[in-house]
Design a protein around this ligand. Sequence first.
Ligand code: FE2
Length: 509
Amino acid sequence: MFTRRLFLTSASAALWLPAAARSAARYPFTLGVASGSPRDDGMVLWTRLAPDPLNGGGMPKGTTEVRWRLCSDAAMSQEVRQGVFTTSDAVGHSVHLVLKGLKPGREYWYQFHYADADSPVGRTRTTSRADASIKLAHASCQSYEGGYFTAYKDMAEWTPDCVIHVGDYIYEGGIGTLGTRMRDIGRGRRQAFETVRLHNSAEIVTLWDYRNRYALYKSDTNLQAAHAAAPWIVAMDDHEVDNNWAAGIPQDPHAQTELEFRVRKLAAFQAYWEHMPIEKPPVLNGIDSTLQLYGRYRFGPAEINLLDTRQYRDDQACGDNRKQPCGVLTDPDRTLTGRAQEQWLLDGIARSDAAFTVLASQTWFSSFRYNPAPEAPERNLDQWDGYPAQRQKLTDALQRGKGHPVVVSGDWHCSAATTLHSDPYDAKTKRIGHEFAGTSIASGCPWARDMTDALSENPHVRYYNGDKRGYVRHVVTAGDWTAQFRTVTDPGVENSPVTTDTEVHTKDI
Ligand SMILES: [Fe+2]
């Protein structure tokens, strides 16, 4: 017999957990629940049994059965489905329940049960082409040490139809030092950065390390609330594996061999899969692992192409960081996505009949020049600025497509609303769409002042704020796309107020 309890809506308490469960020493649902990869007839429901979350999970070896229920009401009284899912230590006792055959455009609530413990109740929703209006939240870059995840509390209270996470869900680095420290940010300037809480180990390398790091991040109750409030679509950026990695190449080949890096990548992919509501586990081919993350999702007036701009990319043209044109930058054969994903994307852009054709990209699609003309332009070559031939090809395709192009992106820890132009380097050319770059949930922005100084060189950047942490709320109808940039007053203080920094409409910029 399943227990049924009152689910408090996200407006009052996004995450509900029985008090007895919270205090039980062996409570298995310490990492919360999640849903993701929403379709018009189903989604993935996720949890992971982890009674000792920061120490490998704490479940005994072997297989375990987890009961689940899906209901059409928040009180969990109108049962739609129920069943038993078998998991094991081979997947960290994670549950990836793929549901199909549900009705489109409907809310559902779900709960897991193990032994005598009940999980929190999660809310999810199927997609629908018929939705006239949709609410999407988009987030990235959540350094646990850099700030509290207060933005997620605000996001959960908004109850979006879907959350898009474009990467840096965890950071792989070691343990910092609590407190505020001044750091050189270039050009002879210094800026204060805060460390408000600490990582749980040195830089993570093994599957054990990655599991414990995900568990640390997922112990954040505001993050759990955002997962329990809506389905997510997710793609990793670099820090889920290693800073600024590209395909099989680490940022620091002097410190790890390619073989070591490939083993590390498999561990990182496995742990990512174990902790995310995604459909497919990593596949190992020889010593090369791949994880299917890119995918297409249709929400009423918006068709979202979730991109993977990390796993299949050609290496950065001449190393990381900001550079003037160099190396193989303009080689037309280089891609940020790999050819297979590019073809999939070009087909999707050409076929879409949605009002908005959306690219959810880890890194900025818009160009950005950091130095004044007439010097040769200095740009961040880890982003789309480092892959100009492919960006132009996609820009041309977006221009030919029916839908109004919108890019949502992250990575760069600052908020921006930009106009996309037929020539990405020339704001005087035809305006073809918009990009909304989300700031970070908690990661700092050492380049904020450089970007502010360079804004006059970048007239296509219509709004910019590098000083605030937060996320973006998007409300989309066939006639307009509204982006509300939500920012946290002080990410160094738990549950600090979250307000709207600015609201942008595609029809206005
Ligand atoms: Fe980041």
